[in-house]
Design a protein around this ligand. Sequence first.
Ligand SMILES: [Zn+2]
Length: 429
Amino acid sequence: MKISKLCIAVFSLLFLYSCSSDKESTPGEDQAPTSPVPTEEVASPMITAGASEESSASNESYSDCAVDVHQHLSNGVNFSVGSATLLEVMSSTSDKSVLVNGHKGLSKVILMPPPETGDGSGLGANYQIDTNMHPSLVQAVADNSDKYFLAAGGAALNPIIHKAHIDRSAGDATAFRAEVKRLVALGIKSIGEMAVLHLSITGTHPYIVAPAFHPLYRVLVEEAAIAGIPVDIHLEAIDTKKHYSLKIPEDMPKNSEGVSCFKTVDGVGADRGLNPSEIKSNIMAFVKLLKYAKDYACNTVGDCSKSKIVWSHVGWDNTSDLNTTVVGDLMGNNSNLYAALKMLNSPGNCQSIENRPLDASGNLQAHWKSLFEKFPDRFVIGSDEFFGESADLTIGSASTQGSWDLIEKLPNELKKAFACDNPRRIYNL
Ligand SMILES: [Zn+2]
């Protein structure tokens, strides 16, 4: 199903802290502090040492160094033939083969498995990039290290946290930590795509939720900090300060036909989906994870810069809560928060235009420009493209085209920073 190939939103529902009942709490999860978003003592630095130099050179062309940090192989691609798939895509001259034709200067890509539930629902078993990590794929990437990098965790780690949450368990931290270490040892550039909240768009598209402050997420950010690599998290925002929960369909955007874009388990027949009818807010738990990860990097690893959490798909908002105020507040209070920007080529029915960097006319919105200028070292492009199967490329292209169109609309001093310097620094490329 085409729409199912879009990596959609993340919901979270999670046991929300200040408001959650005891029976819903996963063992080991803390309750939220009573005050809204906690702040770190120190405001985040605008530009880290070393980055300022790069940013000052941002007027330079990015055509030879642009990195898309978030791309997927298509649902139809079996990773047992990963090498053949990659080679096929790389040799294609089709305009739709955006990964190889230098679209908007795009020249390097991080391949990342989407988040899986592990229960058979969702995007399918073909995304086993990390559980199988077929030698041919690893070799193809290694042979083309000027173009490709690997991330892992969406298929191997996300199902473990998801299941632990469903089981209301803290999970097996020791076994989980060993699995994280196994993936890190493969040389991955990021742990992802993890899902704190992933909304289901169709009847088969997965609904995934696992509280950001789940004990296994804490293990994850610890190991990521030790390795010095980012964690990419898909998190549809439900702002704790705005409301206790998000109700579907009442609180959700409606499509051009006036109906909710998201279906729930309460629906009947074709109206039935996988989302629950109410999802608790999740930003507070995310803030707690950010702070925990930063503290661990500073105090245990001994290097605060080792903690890097990338919020995937910022700019592609399905709940109306992933706005510049929320992102700005969190970035201001958490210097380890980064964002991978994603936009569809044209505004969709179900995404908030206000929360999209470019307005309906394709112009950069003032509040987004302010956010970008305030945090010039925190943003990268992660277009969430799916590729590898020719029939799918048109769909995915809308995401790559839209996301990279944004670069063209940025102030000159930010273009190369977002396209090249930030991903290179954040992902250690
Ligand atoms: Zn994705």
